[in-house]
Design a protein around this ligand. Structure first.
Ligand SMILES: Nc1ncnc2c1ncn2[C@@H]1O[C@H](COP(=O)(O)OP(=O)(O)OP(=O)(O)O)[C@@H](O)[C@H]1O
Length: 265
Protein backbone atom coordinates (compact mmCIF):
# COMPACT_ATOMS: atom_id res chain seq x y z
CA UNK A 1 0.00 0.00 0.00
CA UNK A 2 1.23 3.44 -0.81
CA UNK A 3 -1.52 5.06 1.27
CA UNK A 4 -3.56 3.58 4.04
CA UNK A 5 -6.28 5.65 5.63
CA UNK A 6 -7.50 4.08 8.85
CA UNK A 7 -10.55 5.13 10.86
CA UNK A 8 -10.35 8.71 9.68
CA UNK A 9 -12.90 11.15 11.03
CA UNK A 10 -13.15 14.81 10.15
CA UNK A 11 -15.24 17.05 12.34
CA UNK A 12 -16.08 20.68 12.88
CA UNK A 13 -17.55 22.17 16.03
CA UNK A 14 -21.07 21.14 15.17
CA UNK A 15 -20.86 17.85 13.38
CA UNK A 16 -18.75 14.96 12.15
CA UNK A 17 -18.48 15.21 8.37
CA UNK A 18 -16.26 12.22 7.56
CA UNK A 19 -17.02 9.33 9.86
CA UNK A 20 -14.57 6.53 10.59
CA UNK A 21 -13.41 6.02 7.01
CA UNK A 22 -10.82 3.44 5.99
CA UNK A 23 -9.42 3.41 2.48
CA UNK A 24 -6.26 2.04 0.88
CA UNK A 25 -4.48 2.99 -2.30
CA UNK A 26 -2.03 0.49 -3.74
CA UNK A 27 1.29 1.28 -5.44
CA UNK A 28 0.74 2.50 -8.97
CA UNK A 29 -3.02 2.00 -9.12
CA UNK A 30 -5.80 4.25 -10.37
CA UNK A 31 -8.20 4.44 -7.45
CA UNK A 32 -11.48 6.29 -7.92
CA UNK A 33 -13.49 7.84 -5.11
CA UNK A 34 -17.11 8.49 -6.04
CA UNK A 35 -20.20 9.72 -4.24
CA UNK A 36 -22.77 12.47 -4.32
CA UNK A 37 -21.95 16.11 -3.73
CA UNK A 38 -21.28 16.83 -0.09
CA UNK A 39 -20.38 13.24 0.85
CA UNK A 40 -16.94 14.33 2.08
CA UNK A 41 -14.66 13.30 -0.79
CA UNK A 42 -12.83 16.61 -1.04
CA UNK A 43 -12.31 16.95 2.69
CA UNK A 44 -10.94 13.42 2.83
CA UNK A 45 -8.46 14.24 0.07
CA UNK A 46 -7.50 17.50 1.76
CA UNK A 47 -6.85 15.72 5.06
CA UNK A 48 -4.18 13.58 3.36
CA UNK A 49 -2.01 16.64 2.69
CA UNK A 50 -2.98 18.48 5.91
CA UNK A 51 -4.89 20.95 3.77
CA UNK A 52 -8.13 20.99 5.75
CA UNK A 53 -9.78 24.34 6.48
CA UNK A 54 -8.69 25.51 9.95
CA UNK A 55 -12.13 25.01 11.51
CA UNK A 56 -12.03 21.27 10.83
CA UNK A 57 -10.05 18.62 12.68
CA UNK A 58 -8.98 15.17 11.51
CA UNK A 59 -8.51 12.14 13.78
CA UNK A 60 -7.38 8.63 12.91
CA UNK A 61 -4.38 7.56 10.84
CA UNK A 62 -3.23 8.38 7.35
CA UNK A 63 -0.24 6.15 6.71
CA UNK A 64 2.02 7.12 3.84
CA UNK A 65 5.50 5.69 3.33
CA UNK A 66 5.55 4.35 6.85
CA UNK A 67 4.40 7.34 8.89
CA UNK A 68 1.13 8.91 10.00
CA UNK A 69 0.67 12.12 8.01
CA UNK A 70 -1.67 13.52 10.66
CA UNK A 71 1.30 13.63 13.03
CA UNK A 72 3.71 15.32 10.64
CA UNK A 73 4.78 18.93 11.32
CA UNK A 74 3.57 21.64 8.90
CA UNK A 75 7.12 22.14 7.63
CA UNK A 76 7.48 18.42 6.89
CA UNK A 77 4.16 18.44 5.08
CA UNK A 78 5.23 21.38 2.92
CA UNK A 79 8.29 19.40 1.85
CA UNK A 80 6.17 16.30 1.20
CA UNK A 81 3.51 18.08 -0.84
CA UNK A 82 4.70 18.48 -4.36
CA UNK A 83 7.59 16.06 -3.98
CA UNK A 84 6.00 12.82 -2.70
CA UNK A 85 2.28 13.72 -2.82
CA UNK A 86 0.84 16.06 -5.41
CA UNK A 87 -2.59 17.55 -6.02
CA UNK A 88 -4.48 18.52 -9.14
CA UNK A 89 -7.60 20.54 -8.48
CA UNK A 90 -10.70 21.35 -10.45
CA UNK A 91 -9.74 25.00 -10.16
CA UNK A 92 -6.59 24.72 -12.27
CA UNK A 93 -6.49 28.50 -12.56
CA UNK A 94 -5.85 28.60 -8.81
CA UNK A 95 -2.63 26.63 -9.40
CA UNK A 96 -1.13 29.69 -11.11
CA UNK A 97 -0.69 33.27 -9.93
CA UNK A 98 -2.11 35.53 -12.68
CA UNK A 99 0.76 37.92 -13.27
CA UNK A 100 3.65 35.49 -13.14
CA UNK A 101 4.71 33.58 -16.23
CA UNK A 102 4.18 29.82 -16.46
CA UNK A 103 7.99 29.44 -16.46
CA UNK A 104 8.30 31.41 -13.22
CA UNK A 105 5.96 28.91 -11.54
CA UNK A 106 8.04 25.95 -12.70
CA UNK A 107 11.22 27.70 -11.62
CA UNK A 108 9.93 28.61 -8.17
CA UNK A 109 8.50 25.14 -7.56
CA UNK A 110 11.88 23.51 -8.16
CA UNK A 111 13.74 26.13 -6.11
CA UNK A 112 11.46 25.54 -3.12
CA UNK A 113 12.18 21.83 -3.38
CA UNK A 114 15.94 22.39 -3.44
CA UNK A 115 17.05 22.36 -7.08
CA UNK A 116 19.97 24.82 -7.12
CA UNK A 117 20.99 24.82 -10.78
CA UNK A 118 19.00 27.27 -12.93
CA UNK A 119 19.98 25.33 -16.08
CA UNK A 120 18.58 22.12 -14.65
CA UNK A 121 15.41 23.96 -13.59
CA UNK A 122 14.96 25.47 -17.06
CA UNK A 123 15.56 22.21 -18.89
CA UNK A 124 13.32 20.23 -16.61
CA UNK A 125 10.50 22.76 -17.03
CA UNK A 126 10.76 22.55 -20.84
CA UNK A 127 10.79 18.72 -20.73
CA UNK A 128 7.80 18.70 -18.40
CA UNK A 129 5.73 20.84 -20.74
CA UNK A 130 6.72 18.73 -23.73
CA UNK A 131 5.77 15.56 -21.88
CA UNK A 132 2.18 16.82 -21.57
CA UNK A 133 2.05 17.82 -25.23
CA UNK A 134 2.66 21.54 -24.75
CA UNK A 135 5.24 23.70 -26.52
CA UNK A 136 7.95 24.91 -24.10
CA UNK A 137 7.45 28.36 -25.59
CA UNK A 138 4.41 28.56 -23.30
CA UNK A 139 6.81 28.95 -20.37
CA UNK A 140 7.15 32.59 -21.39
CA UNK A 141 3.41 33.17 -21.41
CA UNK A 142 1.10 34.19 -18.60
CA UNK A 143 -1.71 31.95 -17.29
CA UNK A 144 -4.45 34.06 -18.92
CA UNK A 145 -2.81 33.54 -22.32
CA UNK A 146 -3.44 29.76 -22.18
CA UNK A 147 -6.71 27.92 -22.79
CA UNK A 148 -8.38 25.98 -19.96
CA UNK A 149 -7.15 22.65 -21.34
CA UNK A 150 -3.61 23.96 -21.77
CA UNK A 151 -3.59 25.34 -18.23
CA UNK A 152 -4.83 22.10 -16.73
CA UNK A 153 -2.16 20.19 -18.68
CA UNK A 154 0.46 22.67 -17.43
CA UNK A 155 -0.79 22.15 -13.87
CA UNK A 156 -0.46 18.38 -14.34
CA UNK A 157 3.10 18.88 -15.61
CA UNK A 158 3.82 20.94 -12.50
CA UNK A 159 2.27 18.32 -10.22
CA UNK A 160 4.34 15.54 -11.75
CA UNK A 161 7.55 17.53 -12.01
CA UNK A 162 9.18 15.99 -8.95
CA UNK A 163 7.88 12.44 -9.58
CA UNK A 164 5.41 12.12 -6.68
CA UNK A 165 4.38 8.61 -5.59
CA UNK A 166 0.78 9.68 -5.08
CA UNK A 167 -1.25 12.07 -7.19
CA UNK A 168 -4.58 13.27 -5.83
CA UNK A 169 -6.89 14.54 -8.55
CA UNK A 170 -10.02 16.21 -7.17
CA UNK A 171 -12.51 16.60 -10.01
CA UNK A 172 -9.58 17.59 -12.19
CA UNK A 173 -11.61 17.62 -15.39
CA UNK A 174 -14.94 19.00 -14.22
CA UNK A 175 -14.27 22.53 -15.44
CA UNK A 176 -13.14 21.41 -18.91
CA UNK A 177 -15.14 20.74 -22.08
CA UNK A 178 -15.45 17.04 -22.91
CA UNK A 179 -12.69 16.94 -25.53
CA UNK A 180 -10.19 18.67 -23.22
CA UNK A 181 -11.33 16.48 -20.31
CA UNK A 182 -10.73 13.35 -22.40
CA UNK A 183 -7.24 14.57 -23.35
CA UNK A 184 -6.35 15.38 -19.77
CA UNK A 185 -7.50 11.96 -18.57
CA UNK A 186 -5.62 10.12 -21.29
CA UNK A 187 -2.60 12.15 -20.28
CA UNK A 188 -3.02 11.26 -16.61
CA UNK A 189 -3.39 7.57 -17.43
CA UNK A 190 -0.27 7.68 -19.64
CA UNK A 191 1.76 9.55 -17.01
CA UNK A 192 0.67 7.05 -14.40
CA UNK A 193 1.99 4.20 -16.55
CA UNK A 194 5.24 6.02 -17.28
CA UNK A 195 6.00 7.11 -13.72
CA UNK A 196 4.28 4.32 -11.75
CA UNK A 197 2.63 6.84 -9.41
CA UNK A 198 -0.67 5.97 -7.79
CA UNK A 199 -3.69 8.17 -8.48
CA UNK A 200 -6.54 8.90 -6.12
CA UNK A 201 -9.15 10.19 -8.51
CA UNK A 202 -12.22 11.96 -7.19
CA UNK A 203 -15.03 12.15 -9.68
CA UNK A 204 -18.76 12.25 -10.34
CA UNK A 205 -18.32 10.83 -13.79
CA UNK A 206 -18.86 7.08 -14.04
CA UNK A 207 -17.57 7.04 -17.62
CA UNK A 208 -14.17 7.99 -16.24
CA UNK A 209 -14.41 5.35 -13.53
CA UNK A 210 -15.31 2.74 -16.10
CA UNK A 211 -12.49 3.69 -18.44
CA UNK A 212 -9.60 4.39 -16.10
CA UNK A 213 -10.05 3.06 -12.58
CA UNK A 214 -8.59 -0.18 -11.24
CA UNK A 215 -10.54 -0.02 -8.00
CA UNK A 216 -13.07 2.30 -6.47
CA UNK A 217 -14.63 3.35 -3.22
CA UNK A 218 -18.12 4.76 -2.89
CA UNK A 219 -18.80 7.42 -0.30
CA UNK A 220 -22.17 8.37 1.13
CA UNK A 221 -22.68 11.02 3.78
CA UNK A 222 -19.19 10.78 5.20
CA UNK A 223 -18.85 7.00 5.11
CA UNK A 224 -17.42 4.52 2.64
CA UNK A 225 -20.28 2.18 1.81
CA UNK A 226 -18.50 -0.02 -0.71
CA UNK A 227 -14.95 -0.61 -1.99
CA UNK A 228 -13.57 -3.07 -4.49
CA UNK A 229 -12.39 -3.83 -8.00
CA UNK A 230 -14.00 -1.80 -10.76
CA UNK A 231 -15.58 -4.74 -12.55
CA UNK A 232 -17.00 -6.24 -9.39
CA UNK A 233 -18.61 -2.99 -8.28
CA UNK A 234 -19.91 -1.87 -11.67
CA UNK A 235 -21.33 -5.28 -12.57
CA UNK A 236 -22.38 -6.47 -9.12
CA UNK A 237 -22.83 -3.53 -6.78
CA UNK A 238 -23.62 -4.73 -3.26
CA UNK A 239 -24.86 -1.55 -1.68
CA UNK A 240 -28.20 0.03 -2.53
CA UNK A 241 -26.61 3.48 -2.78
CA UNK A 242 -24.00 2.26 -5.26
CA UNK A 243 -26.75 0.66 -7.35
CA UNK A 244 -28.67 3.94 -7.41
CA UNK A 245 -25.60 5.94 -8.41
CA UNK A 246 -24.82 3.54 -11.24
CA UNK A 247 -28.41 3.49 -12.44
CA UNK A 248 -28.42 7.29 -12.51
CA UNK A 249 -25.48 7.17 -14.95
CA UNK A 250 -27.29 6.42 -18.24
CA UNK A 251 -24.15 5.91 -20.29
CA UNK A 252 -23.39 2.72 -18.34
CA UNK A 253 -26.65 1.03 -19.24
CA UNK A 254 -25.30 -1.02 -22.12
CA UNK A 255 -24.09 -4.64 -21.67
CA UNK A 256 -21.75 -5.22 -18.75
CA UNK A 257 -21.35 -1.92 -16.98
CA UNK A 258 -17.65 -2.25 -16.34
CA UNK A 259 -16.97 -2.64 -20.05
CA UNK A 260 -15.55 -6.17 -19.67
CA UNK A 261 -17.07 -7.19 -23.00
CA UNK A 262 -15.65 -4.24 -24.82
CA UNK A 263 -12.21 -4.79 -23.40
CA UNK A 264 -11.96 -8.51 -24.11
CA UNK A 265 -13.51 -8.49 -27.53
N1 LIG B 1 -14.80 24.35 6.29
C1 LIG B 1 -15.92 23.68 6.46
N2 LIG B 1 -16.62 23.78 7.60
C2 LIG B 1 -17.77 23.07 7.81
N3 LIG B 1 -18.31 22.25 6.89
C3 LIG B 1 -17.66 22.12 5.72
C4 LIG B 1 -16.45 22.83 5.43
N4 LIG B 1 -16.02 22.49 4.19
C5 LIG B 1 -16.95 21.64 3.72
N5 LIG B 1 -17.92 21.40 4.61
C6 LIG B 1 -19.08 20.50 4.46
O1 LIG B 1 -18.61 19.17 4.46
C7 LIG B 1 -19.39 18.34 3.60
C8 LIG B 1 -18.49 17.58 2.66
O2 LIG B 1 -17.84 18.50 1.78
P1 LIG B 1 -16.89 17.99 0.58
O3 LIG B 1 -16.47 19.21 -0.15
O4 LIG B 1 -15.83 17.12 1.12
O5 LIG B 1 -17.90 17.14 -0.30
P2 LIG B 1 -17.65 16.44 -1.70
O6 LIG B 1 -18.10 15.03 -1.57
O7 LIG B 1 -16.25 16.66 -2.14
O8 LIG B 1 -18.65 17.25 -2.63
P3 LIG B 1 -18.47 17.70 -4.17
O9 LIG B 1 -18.57 16.44 -4.95
O10 LIG B 1 -19.63 18.62 -4.39
O11 LIG B 1 -17.15 18.39 -4.27
C9 LIG B 1 -20.36 19.29 2.89
O12 LIG B 1 -21.60 19.20 3.55
C10 LIG B 1 -19.76 20.65 3.11
O13 LIG B 1 -20.76 21.65 3.16
Amino acid sequence: MILSIEELSIAGRERTIVDNVSLAVREGEFMALVGQSGSGKSLLSQAIGQLLPPNLHAAGRILFEGSNLLERKPKEMRALRGSRISYIFQDYQGAFTPFRSIGAHFNEYQKIHGEKSSTVRRNRAAEALESVGLDPILLRRYPFQLSGGQLQRASIALSLLLSPRLLIADEATTALDSVSAHRVLELLARKQKETGCAILFITHDWRHVRRYANRLSVMQEGRIVESGGKHRILDHPQHEYTRKLIEAAPILGRSLRSGIEEETR
